[in-house]
Design a protein around this ligand. Sequence first.
Ligand code: 3YP
Ligand code: ZN
Length: 376
Amino acid sequence: MATGYLYHEVFGWHDTGSSAGLFVSDPAAGVQPFVHFENAETKRRMHELIVISGLIDRLERIRPRHASEEEILRVHTREHLERIKAESRLPKGGDAGDGISPFGKGAYEIATLAAGGVITLVDAVVRGNVTNGYVLVRPPGHHAVAGNGMGLCIFGNLAIAVKHAREVLGVGRIAVLDWDVHHGNGTQSAFYDDPTVLTISLHQDNCFPPNSGGVGERGEGPGFGYALNVPLPPGTGDGGYLYAMSEVVVPALRRFRPELILVASGFDAGAMDPLGRQMVTSEGYRTMTRQLMDVADEVCDGRIVIAHEGGYNPIHVPYCGLAVVETLAGAEPFGDPLLPIMAGQGGGVLLPHQKSVVDQVAAFVADISVVTDVSA
Ligand code: 3YP
Ligand code: ZN
């Protein structure tokens, strides 16, 4: 069966302005205007590589729709939605909520298309039109919490899609794996007390948000045990990430037996990312995708929806993304010219301090069981 692919040109029109990478430019204070790290190019170039490589011909192109207010409100407060909508009408736009997440005029409609895009692909996978798929959306979503956007995220795209899968499509157990280099705090917080949604975040220890995503964050109340966090030390590459996949992610998914697997896919754990200090290569992302597909074949007929999050190197991100989508579609590698450079840098080896973090979290996997009461 087919692999779905969703991208829309208007995602490239989400305007994050002339920040100096992350900070509001301020000439009087000596901060020269530049382009925000979260700009269109990483995603646009990934899409164009998917076209130029020919992979596009093997994908089922899916058109997004906007998420409705009702769908957004399953995760966010009315106040947050209305504030974003109002600031989105201003000539110069506004900010998602933390002062470092600027957006231009009209961002509300683009953000609802991003959330609606993930919903659209979830619909296609759950209804059986495609086996799996990739949603190349912008703005990202995994940091947004109920009452606020943050970390460049306006609405929780994946969390909104999880609620849709549960409440509209009737999907029981759902797992969300987050391999963005930053902690998936927003997705985690939406389901922290819910044992029917397993959230797993692999991220760089204490990268962003501050003091978020430690091994001790395991869920609360009935959801205790159904949040897993693997805060990998800076410098972790394919060796550590693949070990975390095989020792934590795969066994956790085998125990939990989700009916649907979603992935928050950031390529900012890549070896040349300006915001992360990890060393994952496109081959690392390819293998992580393969490992996930193998366990998905075992537990949920291969149903995987991967949605784009961070990733800020415009040269490397397209090759990482291509590797993931090729793998989903069962296509041969087109090639990545950066691989020979990265291969000699040492990230392929699992180091003891990385192993000890993974082993600590691996011990929590035994506490997961197949939750059958999804009405709670
Ligand atoms: C937001 C402010 C500092 C780091 C940045 C993280 C954005 C991101 O890629 N989140 O996944
Ligand atoms: Zn990130």
